[in-house]
Write a protein of this length. Structure first.
Length: 353
């Protein structure tokens, strides 16, 4: 062992010699720093895209089908959502009432024949002896179909009242008393504790009516969470100019129309023209709602084929229709008009035979 002073002097001499040797090396002889350790690139995993099956909404004409049992049909068919029509103006023009005559149309909605609703639903829904004008079925609070909404909700389902339609004038066209229109809508919404309502609009060309309706909807939406949809007729070129102007004016008044339900006539299994018309309507709806990307409008569209004959929709057509709705993420599917064959209906309902 060297004495401590000698050891320190030796270490200093070694360090100085090393520095001198490095300085004497030619340029570039100093080894380059080791390259960084290569790491495998981080590959982002692709999101799993889940195609959501379309929701089916059953339409019920409450005055024509007073015996329709919402919870019983829901248990039997797995349909969880219904639209109940139609509420129109009665009394002084500000009193909502159900409209329709009994025993003339299928329970799935609209008018037409043959009526296969009893076979499809198995609910004994036909009550041909009921006179809605005598039994009070037209009163919003006394309609037996609508009064079963509570039991439907207990099963996880729901039903939305539909204003307007073909059986009378919509309240916005007749109730011009200040505050009266919003009060009339509130009466129905409150009676059924509804969180969704629909308007089957047939007066979009009347600007005063459009603005009254929009302001009443906005007033209700400021008070509570309320989803609102408009049901509009689909034409070969999409939506009519009056309907588009109504959608824009309603948005400008601050009302939120979450869904546009397209009534699309179907005859002779001709789904191609309907798909073309829906595509055109999608672009129109995107512009009316001020959406930057037309694809964003798909989720705001519902589709309701109106069948003009029992064979207007075949089983392959029904599968194409559900696949189309699922692919584009439509809000829902429904049906109006002539009731299709049971197997076709079950495909749309996604119910096993």
């Amino acid at each position: 062992m060297l004495p401590r002073p000698l050891a320190v002097l030796g270490a200093l001499a070694l360090a100085a010699g090393t520095v001198a040797a490095i300085r004497m090396l030619p340029a570039g002889a100093v080894p380059a720093a080791l390259p960084p350790v290569a790491r495998p690139p981080v590959v982002a995993s692709s999101p799993v895209v889940t195609v959501r099956p379309p929701v089916f909404v059953g339409f019920v004409d409450t005055a024509r089908e007073p015996g329709f049992d919402l919870p019983a049909v829901s248990r039997r068919t797995d349909i969880r959502r219904f639209a109940l029509g139609h509420l129109v103006a009665g009394g002084d023009g500000c009193a909502p009432k159900w409209t329709g005559l009994p025993a003339t149309s299928p329970a799935i909605g609209g008018t037409g024949s043959p009526d296969r609703s009893a076979d499809l639903y198995g609910s004994g829904s036909r009550d041909r002896s009921a006179d809605p004008y005598r039994t009070g079925l037209l009163d919003p609070g006394r309609n037996p179909v609508a009064n079963r909404i509570g039991r439907l909700r207990a099963l996880g389902g729901d039903a939305a009242p539909v204003f307007g339609g073909p059986g009378g004038r919509e309240l916005a066209a007749t109730c011009i008393r200040p505050g009266g229109l919003a009060a009339a809508y509130r009466r129905v919404v409150g009676a059924f504790d509804a969180d969704a309502i629909d308007f089957e609009v047939r007066d979009s060309a009347e600007r005063a009516v459009v603005l009254r309706r929009a302001r009443a909807i906005r007033a209700m939406q400021l008070e509570r969470r309320l989803r609102v949809s408009f049901t509009l007729r689909l034409r070969s070129y999409g939506l009519g100019s009056g309907d588009l102007a109504m959608l824009r004016a309603t948005r400008e008044e601050g009302a939120d129309i979450g869904t546009v339900n397209l009534l699309a006539p179907v005859e002779g299994s001709r789904l191609g023209p309907m798909a073309t018309a829906v595509q055109a309507a999608r672009d129109q709806i995107a512009r009316a709602h001020g959406l930057p990307d037309p694809a964003q409008a798909w989720r705001r569209i519902a589709l309701t084929p109106v069948l003009v004959g029992e064979d207007a929709l075949s089983e392959p057509d029904a599968r194409k229709l559900t696949a189309y709705a699922a692919h584009h993420g439509l809000a829902w599917l429904s049906l109006r008009g002539v009731t299709p064959r049971p197997d076709v209906s079950r495909i749309l309902w996604r119910t096993p035979p």
